[in-house]
Design a protein around this ligand. Structure first.
Ligand code: NI
Length: 255
């Protein structure tokens, strides 16, 4: 698809599924229409890798933090070490943080990790990148309590909950799920989200859009996501990509 200026607001190029060809892939993404990527850490180690990728490639930026699935393994020393990294000029967000009640990870540990990182984001005046899986109520109540700026990544909730997030000033991140066969809910969100609050994302290597579903995802495939969202909104796909890139730059203070 011949679209350009794609900004992928959520990627994991540190993932082992990129080990074989990471350098070559990241070197050619700009020729495949990709203008920017935010690589999201999930642990101290992958946060460091995110920064290393951002140092290596101009168009890559880093989000750093402890993911809820990793919260049980994170130590105080990890949080201390992360704190040192936030002053790096290419660290643009606290993330990926949040709550995940799908996996059997103690809720108290997740809630404590999430809340301390929300407080930190406000202290640092950085936006947050939120992961919410089957934890909508607790996620929303902590966001209401701390009022950070940020994006709900891979948003999977209802249009009604989206309205609450919009009222908090949040952005809505949409990716490959809008192209899936059972995408009724994501598509209704895609149709309803105000154009100044939408961000595009991959969550790669996961969530590859149709016709690549199940394969390894990368930022260039956002073209298929944009085409699907633009069709449901009756808009031009390139204009949608351009608007979402501007939204991403505004939220994360890039450019
Ligand atoms: Ni992610």
């Amino acid at each position: 698809m011949n679209l350009c200026g794609i900004f992928d607001s959520h990627a994991h190029y540190d993932d082992e599924r990129f080990d074989e060809d990471r350098e070559a892939l990241l070197a050619r993404l700009p020729q495949s229409g990709v203008a920017g990527v935010i690589n999201c850490g999930t642990t101290l180690a992958t946060s460091r890798t995110s920064i290393a990728l951002a140092e290596r490639f101009d168009y890559i930026y880093a989000a750093i933090g402890i993911h809820p699935e990793e919260a049980a393994d994170a130590t105080e020393a990890d949080y201390d070490a992360l704190l040192e990294l936030y002053s790096h000029p290419k660290v643009v967000a606290v993330g990926e943080i949040g709550l995940d009640y799908y996996w059997d990870i103690p809720k108290e540990v997740q809630l404590e990790s999430f809340e301390r990182q929300l407080i930190l984001a406000n202290e640092l005046e950085k936006p947050v990148i939120i992961h919410d899986r089957e934890a909508h109520a607790d996620t929303l109540s902590l966001l209401k309590k701390h009022c950070p700026r940020g994006v709900m990544h891979c948003y999977s909730g209802s249009v009604e909950t989206m309205e609450e997030l919009l009222q908090l000033g949040f952005y809505i991140g949409l990716g490959g799920a809008v192209t899936f066969k059972n995408a009724k809910k994501p598509l209704s969100v895609a149709a309803a989200v105000p154009q100044d609050r939408l961000l595009l994302e991959t969550d790669c290597p996961y969530m590859a859009p149709v016709p690549f579903r199940g394969k390894r995802n990368d930022s260039s495939l956002i073209a298929y996501v944009a085409a699907t969202i633009a069709a449901v909104r009756g808009e031009d796909a390139q204009a949608l990509i351009d608007r979402c890139r501007e939204n991403t730059a505004l939220l994360f203070g890039i450019g």
